[in-house]
Ligand binder design. Structure first.
Ligand SMILES: [Ca+2]
Length: 475
C-alpha cells in the first residue's frame, strides 16, 4: 500500500489546538448527511424560503463551501463514493443504485474503527441495497445505533468517535401541503429555472423545504448533545447532502440541480470560522480529510484529496488555485430503459467555474428512463425520477405548449455531448455543444474529462463499461 504524505501542519494544528488535551488526542467526527438535499437550499446560501438556523450557525462558526459536489447523483453510489473516497466509476457494482460494495474497497468508518475509533451510524447511512452480497462482513458505515445518545453512552472510555448521523429527510414522499401548513409562503419561493411556477410545484417544493428544516432540527439536537459532554470543540462537524432535490431534472442528473450540495465544516478552534470558500470540493474528499485528521494513512486507491489545506487556511474565496474543477458521474439508478435493455443512463461530467460539460455514453437511451411504462423493464415511466406531485405535473402537461419545454428538459433524449456556459446560463438550460463559438472550449473540456477517466480507469473509457448495465439489482 502506498501512503500519501500527510500534512504535518494540519496534524500539528490538531495537536496544538486541543487545549488541555494530551497530544495523543484525536478529533471526533460527526458526519451529518441529509437524503436528497441540494444546493442552495439553506438560508446560509441565501435561500429565503427555507430556515436552517443550525446549518447557518455552523457556517458562521466554520467553513461554508460554495462549490461542493457529490461524485454520483443517486443514493447508494453517492454514499459509496463518500465512504470510499473514490470516483463512482471505480466502484464496480457500487456505481449502481440498489447495489452492493465489494470488500476490496476500504471505507473511512472502518479504517477509523481499526485505529481505535468508536464508530456507528443512525438511520440512513449505506444504501439502499445489500452490502453483504459480495462478502463484506460489516456495514460500511459501522454498526447501527438507536440514536446519538445510545452511541455516546456505549463509547469506550477515552475513545475518539466517528458518528454518521443519517436522515431520510428530505427524501420523498412528502405530506402534501405540509410546507404551507408549516408556515412556508409558497408565493415567495424562488423556484429553480427548470421548474414551472405552478401552484402544485410550489407546494411540492415547500413540502421539501419543511423536511430540510426537520433535518436542521436534528442537527441542533446533536450539537446540544456534543456540548453537553463538553466535546463540541474537539469534534469535526460536517453537514451535507447525498445529491440534489428529488424533482424532475434534479436528482439523478449531472446538472448542478443534481450534483451540487450544501457543505459546512466546523471544527472548534482548529478551524477559523466565518469563512466561505469557493474551492471545488468533491464529497470523495471527505474520507481522506477524516483519515488525515485522525493521523491515519490514506489508502492510495482513494481518488479524493484531503481538505486539510482549506481547513487550516485563514482565507476565504479560492484557497487552492488547483481546486478549479470537479468530476461527477452516474450509472444505473432504476432499471428504467426499454426491455430487454436493463441498463441505466451512463454519464460523466466536468464542472468548472465557467462551464459544465457532460458526456452521455448511451444517447439512444432515456436520461430519466423510458416514457413508456409498458416497455420499461421496471414497469414505471421515467423511473429514474421519483414519484411525486411535480413529476405527475410534468407528465400530465407534456403536450401543453406552456409546459412542454420543462418536460423535454427533464425527460427527452439528449445528444452525446452537452456544454453549458454558466456565465450566461447559470441554470444550464441551453446546450451549446456543437456551436462553433464554443468549439475550443468543448474540445478542451472533453479532453480534460477523458484524461481523468483514463487516469482513474473508468470502464466506460478503458473497456468493460457494459458490466454496469448487467450487475444485479439488489433489493
Ligand atoms: Ca438520496
Amino acid at each position: 500500500m502506498i501512503i500519501r504524505v500527510v500534512s504535518l501542519a494540519f496534524l500539528l494544528g490538531v495537536i496544538l489546538d486541543c487545549a488541555g488535551a494530551e497530544s495523543a488526542d484525536r478529533p471526533n467526527i460527526l458526519f451529518c448527511i441529509a437524503d436528497d438535499w441540494g444546493w442552495p437550499d439553506a438560508s446560509a446560501y441565501g435561500n429565503g424560503s427555507v430556515k436552517t438556523p443550525t446549518f447557518d450557525r455552523l457556517a458562521s462558526e466554520g467553513v461554508l463551501f460554495d462549490n461542493a459536489f457529490v461524485a454520483a447523483t443517486s443514493c447508494t453510489p453517492s454514499r459509496n463514493c463518500i465512504l470510499t473516497g473514490q470516483w463512482v466509476w471505480r466502484l464496480g457494482e457500487g456505481a449502481n443504485q440498489r447495489s452492493t460494495l465489494h470488500p476490496q474497497f476500504p471505507v473511512f468508518p472502518l479504517l477509523l474503527r481499526d485505529a481505535g475509533y468508536h464508530v456507528g451510524h443512525w438511520r440512513k447511512a449505506w444504501g439502499p441495497g445489500k452490502w453483504a452480497d459480495l462478502g463484506r462482513t460489516e456495514n460500511p458505515a459501522g454498526p447501527e445505533f438507536s440514536g446519538f445518545e445510545e452511541f455516546l453512552r456505549r463509547r469506550p472510555d477515552g475513545a475518539p468517535f466517528c458518528f454518521w448521523l443519517g436522515a431520510s429527510d428530505p427524501h420523498r414522499p412528502y405530506e402534501w401541503q405540509s410546507g404551507a401548513a408549516g408556515g412556508i409562503d409558497i408565493s415567495k419561493i424562488e423556484l429553480p429555472a427548470d421548474l414551472p411556477g405552478h401552484e402544485i410545484i410550489r407546494h411540492d417544493v415547500a413540502d421539501y423545504y419543511l423536511e430540510v428544516q426537520r433535518f436542521d432540527a436534528d442537527l441542533a439536537a446533536a450539537l446540544e448533545q456534543l456540548a453537553a459532554i463538553g466535546e463540541l470543540d474537539n469534534t469535526m462537524v460536517v453537514v451535507t447532502g447525498d445529491h440534489g432535490m428529488p424533482f424532475p431534472r434534479h436528482k439523478c442528473q449531472l446538472y448542478d440541480s443534481g450534483a451540487r450540495v450544501p457543505l459546512v465544516i466546523r471544527w472548534g478552534s482548529s478551524v477559523l470560522g466565518g469563512r466561505r470558500v469557493t474551492d471545488f470540493v468533491s464529497l470523495t474528499d471527505l474520507a481522506p480529510t477524516f483519515l488525515e485528521a485522525a493521523g491515519i494513512a490514506v489508502p492510495d486507491q482513494m481518488t479524493g484529496r484531503s481538505l486539510g489545506t482549506i481547513l487550516e487556511s485563514k482565507e476565504s474565496g479560492r484557497v487552492g488555485p488547483s481546486r478549479n474543477h470537479t468530476f461527477v458521474g452516474r450509472e444505473r439508478h432504476a432499471q428504467d430503459q426499454e426491455s430487454p435493455q436493463t441498463g441505466g443512463y451512463p454519464m460523466r461530467a466536468i464542472r468548472t467555474d465557467e462551464y459544465l460539460y457532460i458526456r452521455n455514453f448511451e444517447p439512444n437511451r432515456w436520461p430519466a428512463g423510458s416514457p413508456d411504462a409498458e416497455k420499461a423493464f421496471c414497469g414505471l415511466d421515467h423511473a429514474s425520477c421519483d414519484l411525486g406531485p411535480s413529476k405527475s405535473f410534468f407528465v400530465e402537461h407534456r403536450d401543453d405548449p406552456k409546459y412542454r419545454r420543462y418536460y423535454d428538459l427533464a425527460f427527452a433524449k439528449r445528444p452525446a455531448e452537452e456544454l453549458y456556459d454558466l456565465r450566461s446560463d447559470p441554470h444550464q438550460l441551453t446546450n451549446v455543444a456543437g456551436n462553433s463559438q464554443y468549439a475550443e472550449v468543448q474540445t478542451r473540456l472533453s479532453a480534460q474529462l477523458m484524461t481523468e477517466l483514463r487516469r482513474t480507469a473508468d470502464p466506460r473509457v478503458v473497456g468493460g463499461g457494459q458490466a454496469f448495465d448487467t450487475y444485479p439489482f439488489r433489493r
